[in-house]
Design a protein around this ligand. Structure first.
Ligand code: ADP
Ligand code: MG
Ligand code: MG
Length: 881
């Protein structure tokens, strides 16, 4: 089998489409070579080898010969020998999985150097400083990545050397200082591993390749894959590549860039570089990098070439590129390109711009924005009218605003998040070990590092606000404080950050949620052209309904009437109704609720401007509207202690006692499966009668104003067709008598929620009565799993952690189980009523994978909370594509 693929000017065996085999980096290095872009030649060892190696602990047969042959080819094209002591060919050993895993897998540079060849390299290049700089870098990376020695040991040796010489920058270290460092590093290696640093280049190479393979299974990599749902069995490729040197002096350098701004999406070349530097100096925050624009003055030739290459790459890959380059004595080399990570705003703006530039079509643009990202676009920013004090400013590394308590370690951030506390993670700089804490924090603030630092890149990917490189801060990790000017801010103090401006703000600042931008409107209008499924909203108030309309909702799929019962003016009347001794007293209370309900519905119908509105009749168990028994008991105890001297006090005590008894009698062991939904409508028909009357009267009133309304009345929690038959009879009676009394003609529909397994299984019978179905997937999930939604918090996290369940089924529809019931419900329902209109409401209606599933199984619409309407519109379009 072919395990090794060569790339170079003369010959390239791989291409872009071979990412699975060559990894993303390898495939794109091959592709760039194919395009004639200057890439140092090298070869890629396939991901297959990694998988086999990790399985067996040894190389597959034949691989070593293939590597030898590839090295020989490299020697030929470079005119240098690997291991030559006078003019050594040096290599980089780079990992690269199918998808990029930033900072997860490690790179070894300048491999092939040893005590003899470093002298040869110095002589050959006439640059002794460069030779020893390369050697000390190699020793450190080899020690860290391959031999697993903590890099702090090497770093403190560097710091000690700098202190000794009184210099600040690495670049100020002289050849002899670097030589001494190299010796020191070899000592460290000897001390930590018990053996000498391996001088044999072939042995170095073999060890480095194995280290890359093994790094696939290091904790950080596993963690990252878990967080990002990357399969554990992909493995990584290894790229072995000719070195080019950015550390040869002031006409050499290295940098990273994006073809467009990854934070805003603006069509502006964006990047950073350092002169006389190598490898990850730019992103490591050792020196502060220069912006790419300054390269135009420093090295105009290389800059123009770089810009040209970037344009070529964008045209070729039809997407924004994230590139790495090195300049060796004025000559430009490309070391990497990939589709750049970007914020949600950038994803949106780039997608829309690229359609306008004719680079991609609308369909491609729609697939370029993940529906979840839209969520971020509608996420908080600082209230423009808020007053606040900016105490420092860093780089605007990842937009969005966040408020939280200061924490200084990733672990602490995770602990606090587990307690539902909002925190801002404040670090000197972040590293891959911090990923869990970054994920747990509301936002990230770093002292060091640029726009491409680890913190910035990871935060943008996560959609978290981040302010990076805020040098005015100094952190005292032991005292758990940071200071800025004269201010001391302790762990646990509140700060706010604005990742769009780089501001660090004292205390809590008010946040607001932005509206829909022009670009988002454009993209969503393309989505509307393509999608076939309707998107409605769940809304209980005219305000929510209006918000949802602005987000493009085409109706209300679920208007929960119980929320209307909770207002301060309502609850006493509602209680009066519930506590009524007899039907007469209950009707009395209901007649007070009627005009209030009518006003509610008028408001909602009006906000929906004639779009359909599905109103669900009262659903929750009645005791939810009553005071808690414990509170009453406490009140009773206090009153009783006060004595029953006066008649008034005695009477009050008595009525309180009655109330307690009533509350007690309504209390249920398991209200979720108790006296609720249509069961209420059957036992207390007058409640539903009042609601239906209010709905129809409201509709009549708007009809008189010229708005055509077809009320959709929905009966909850049906499990048997006879329940629906009984309730429906009542409902229709009320409707007809209101219409007759008002002498109005109006269409209406009576339908039901399908939210119990029995309802789904007997949907054919239920559809004989129901004119529409709405799958209440929240309750259907509860009753299918037998998980109480209110109690699942005790065990679900454990299920997710142990991968017993892949997702929280209350957030992401369980297609296998609950989804099957939905499918059965649709099929059976339409078997007796072919034109049955079917939707889902509940959390899943705005969750992209559930929306797509809903389309596949034939839903007419989804209904979700107002802020998720744009997400559902995009997901519904992607479902078609
Ligand atoms: P990562 O996947 O973490 O980005 P890379 O394999 O891209 O790791 O390597 C990190 C850096 O090492 C590159 O950005 C580049 O600066 C440097 N590097 C890698 N290969 C070479 C090479 N052949 N010549 C010079 N520098 C290299
Ligand atoms: Mg790296
Ligand atoms: Mg890279």
């Amino acid at each position: 089998r072919k395990f090794v693929y060569f790339f170079g000017k003369e010959e390239t065996e791989g291409k872009n489409s071979m990412k699975d085999l060559l990894g993303g980096k390898g495939a794109n290095l091959a592709e760039m070579s194919n395009l004639g872009i200057p890439v140092p030649p090298g070869f890629t060892i396939t991901t297959e080898v990694c998988v086999l190696y990790l399985e067996k602990g040894s190389y597959p047969d034949g691989i070593l010969d293939q590597i030898d042959a590839a090295i020989e080819k490299l020697e030929k094209v470079n005119g240098k020998k690997f291991g030559d002591i006078n003019d050594p060919l040096l290599l980089s050993v780079r990992s690269g999985a199918r998808v990029s895993m930033p900072g997860m897998m490690d790179t070894v540079l300048n491999l092939g150097l040893n005590d003899q060849s470093v002298v040869g390299l110095a002589k050959k290049t006439g640059n002794e400083r460069f030779a020893y700089d390369s050697y000390r870098r190699f020793l450190m990376m080899f020690g860290d990545v391959v031999l697993d020695i903590k890099h702090e040991y090497f770093e403190s040796a560097i710091d000690a050397k700098k202190n000794e010489l009184g210099v600040k920058q690495d670049t100020q270290l002289t050849a002899s200082a670097l030589k001494q460092l190299a010796d020191k590093f070899k000592d460290i290696i000897k001390k930590k591993t018990g053996s000498e640093f391996p001088q044999d280049p072939r042995r170095q190479l073999q060890m480095a390749i194995e280290a890359v393979f093994n790094s696939w299974n290091n904790q950080r990599a596993i963690r990252y894959r878990k967080l990002n749902n990357i399969p554990m069995d992909w493995g990584t490729a290894v790229n072995v590549q000719t070195m080019v040197y950015g550390n040869m002096g002031e006409t050499s350098g290295t940098g990273v860039a994006f073809t467009r701004d990854p934070a805003t999406g603006k069509k502006e070349f964006f990047g950073e570089y350092l002169m006389n530097a190598q490898g990850e100096d730019v992103v490591a925050g050792i020196r502060t990098p220069l912006t790419i624009a300054t390269l135009a003055q420093k090295m105009p030739g290389a800059y123009t070439q770089l810009v040209d290459i970037c344009q070529k790459l964008e045209k070729h890959f039809k997407d924004m590129q994230d590139i790495e380059f090195t300049i060796q004595e004025g000559k430009l080399y490309m070391l990497q390109t990939r589709n750049g990570k970007r914020t949600a705003a950038a994803a949106l703006n780039i997608a829309v711009d690229m359609v306008n530039e004719g680079l991609i079509d609308k369909k491609t643009a729609l697939m370029r924005v993940r529906p979840e990202q839209i969520d971020q676009l509608l996420h908080p920013m600082i209230d423009p009218s808020a007053k606040y004090e900016v105490i420092a400013t860093g780089l605007p590394a990842s937009p969005g605003a966040a408020v939280g308590k200061v924490v200084f370690t990733a672990e602490h951030a995770e602990e606090m998040a587990a307690l539902n506390k909002k925190v801002i993670l404040v670090r000197a700089e972040t590293s891959p070990e911090d990923i869990g804490g970054m994920d747990a924090a509301q936002g990230i603030l770093t002292v060091r590092g640029g726009m491409t630092s680890h913190a910035a890149v990871v935060a943008r990917g996560m959609g978290k606000p981040c302010v990076a490189g805020c040098g005015a801060l100094s952190i005292d990790i032991h005292e758990k404080v940071f200071t800025v000017n004269d201010l001391r801010i302790k762990e646990g103090d509140y700060i706010s950050i604005d990742g769009a401006t780089g501001s660090v703000i004292l205390g809590k600042v008010a946040l607001v949620t932005p509206g829909v931008s022009e670009e988002l409107k454009t993209l969503l209008s393309w989505a509307d052209e393509i999608r076939k499924m309707g998107v409605r909203t769940n809304a209980d108030t005219p305000h929510d309904a209006a918000v949802a309309r602005d987000f493009g909702a085409e109706g209300i799929g679920l208007c929960r009437t119980e929320h209307m019962f909770f207002g301060d003016d309502r609850i006493p009347v509602v209680r009066e109704m519930i506590l009524a001794e007899d039907e007469y007293a209950r009707k009395e209370a209901l007649s007070k609720l009627l005009p209030m309900q009518r006003e509610d519905f008028i408001g909602i119908f009006r906000a929906m401007q004639g779009y359909p509105v599905t109103i669900r009749l009262l659903d929750p168990p009645l005791h939810e509207f009553l005071p808690k028994h414990d509170e009453l008991a406490e009140k009773f105890r206090l009153l009783e202690a006060g004595g029953t001297a006066s008649q008034a006090a005695a009477a009050e005590l008595l009525s309180l006692k009655e109330l307690m008894e009533r509350v007690e009698s309504l209390t249920e062991i398991n209200p979720m499966l108790g006296h609720r939904g249509c069961r209420l409508g059957i036992t207390y028909p007058e409640i539903y009668d009042m609601q239906v009357q209010a709905i129809v009267e409201a509709a009549c009133e708007l009809k008189a104003e010229g708005m055509d309304i077809v009320p959709e009345i929905m009966i909850p929690l049906i499990c048997h067709v006879n329940e629906l038959r009984t309730v429906k009879k009542h409902v229709v009676n009320v409707i007809e008598s209101v219409l007759a009394e008002k002498n109005v003609k109006m269409d209406y529909m009576v339908g039901t929620m399908i939210e119990l397994p029995r309802a789904a299984l007997t949907a054919d019978q239920i559809a004989q009565e129901a004119e529409f179905f709405s799958f209440g997937t929240n309750d259907l999930t509860q009753t299918t799993f037998g998980f109480s939604r209110d109690d699942a918090g005790k065990f679900l996290p454990c299920y997710l952690e142990d991968s017993i369940l892949g997702n929280d089924p209350f957030a992401v529809l369980d297609q296998e189980g609950v989804g099957q019931l939905v499918k059965i419900g649709i099929e059976k329902g339409r078997s007796t009523r072919p034109d049955l209109k079917i939707g889902i409401c509940g959390e899943h209606g705005g969750e992209p994978s559930s929306v797509k599933f809903g389309y596949r199984i034939g839903l007419n619409y989804v209904s979700c909370s107002p802020f998720r309407v744009p997400i559902a519109r995009l997901a519904a379009a992607q479902a078609v594509l």
